[in-house]
Design a protein around this ligand. Structure first.
Ligand code: GDD
Ligand code: MG
Length: 194
């Protein structure tokens, strides 16, 4: 049963300024058998999808680099973060989302992508579920220089680097985005670029 441990769920809106932040109160049945009242703030900004782009001929991957304000506020000196290509689903399904984001952010028009798993981004605070993909790219799929949408003030640097260099960065602790770490490790485990 879905909710046998939870009852009396109430919510109030704290902010709908851009996305939705709500405060939830609910009664939760502890494993001890005692009901306790809990309060949690939950941020809902929809779901997301991301993709590791790799080229088996050149043994390269494409990553992005962009300013991320929340990281700037938490010990990332210049706020710049190396990440997989990713975006929010909007009204798309996850596959359409990664294909669209790949063209917008890095300028490649993909033919096929493969979903590898889905996972909650930050389960204590956000509803967001992230859909993870891998996708092969070749030079002839390039249709623009990418960089993101001007109207959304996206300013994305496209990094096409040898897979071995990406793994060196990972091992040296220079990649600070969980989604990027898991997909690079997926590529290693599944020997996508051996
Ligand atoms: N004005 C305003 N604009 C915002 C705000 N938050 C996001 N945006 C706009 O929404 C765009 C979202 O771009 P996407 O490429 O769709 O998403 P993303 O920021 O790359 O997010 C991806 O990575 C996140 C993790 O860092 C994921 O959380 C997310 O699901 C997705 O995969 C941003 O460029 C920005 O213009 C906000 O609070 N205010
Ligand atoms: Mg993005």
């Amino acid at each position: 049963m879905r909710d046998h441990k939870i009852k009396n769920i109430e919510s109030s809106l704290l902010s709908d300024n851009y996305y939705i932040l709500k405060k939830f109160s609910f009664d939760y049945l502890m494993s001890s058998g005692k009901w306790v009242n809990q309060m949690r703030e939950v941020y809902d900004r929809g779901d997301g999808a991301g993709i590791l782009l790799y080229n088996t001929l050149k043994k390269t991957v494409i990553l992005t680099k962009q300013f991320r304000m929340p990281t700037y506020l938490n010990e990332n000196p210049d706020g710049m973060l190396v990440e997989i290509c990713a975006g929010m689903l909007d009204k798309d399904n996850p596959e359409a989302c990664v294909i669209r984001e790949t063209e917008e952010e890095v300028g490649y028009r993909l033919k096929a992508v493969k979903k590898v798993f889905e996972a909650y981004s930050s389960p204590g605070v956000m509803t967001e579920k992230m859909h993870f993909f891998i996708g092969e790219y070749t030079d002839d799929m390039k249709v623009s220089s990418g960089g993101g949408l001007e109207e959304e003030h996206e300013d994305i640097e496209v990094l096409e680097i040898p897979f071995s260099e990406a793994i060196d960065m990972l091992n040296q602790g220079d990649i600070h985005d969980t989604r990027t770490i898991v997909l690079l490790q997926y590529a290693q485990i599944h020997k996508l670029l051996d």
